[in-house]
Write a protein that binds this ligand. Sequence first.
Ligand SMILES: [Zn+2]
Ligand SMILES: [Zn+2]
Length: 93
Amino acid sequence: MSLLKNFGGGGQKCELCHSTIYGEETVIAGQKQAVYVNFNPLEAQAIEQKSGYRCKSCGREYCKDCLEKKAPGNAYGGKSCPRCGGLFEIMHG
Ligand SMILES: [Zn+2]
Ligand SMILES: [Zn+2]
C-alpha cells in the first residue's frame, strides 16, 4: 500500500498476502504520524492491520489482517498459526 511506504520496516513480508509488515514500534510511530501529522485515522487503521506477528514454533510471519481473517482461534482467545498451529508473538522494530 503506497501510503505506508514513507516509514521504515525491516522488509519482512506476510506469509499469506506478501505485503510488507512492520514491528510494533514502527506501527506506533506510523500511527502517530497518520493521526497527528496527516490527520488521517483511516491510514492509522491501515497501518495497524499491517502489524507483524511471528509464529513461535515455525517462525513464519503474518500481518494482523490475515490473522484476523484466516488464522484459526485458540483456547487462549488468540490466533494460531495457519501452518503449524503454533502461538504468535508480536514483532518488534
Ligand atoms: Zn497478510
Ligand atoms: Zn507456525
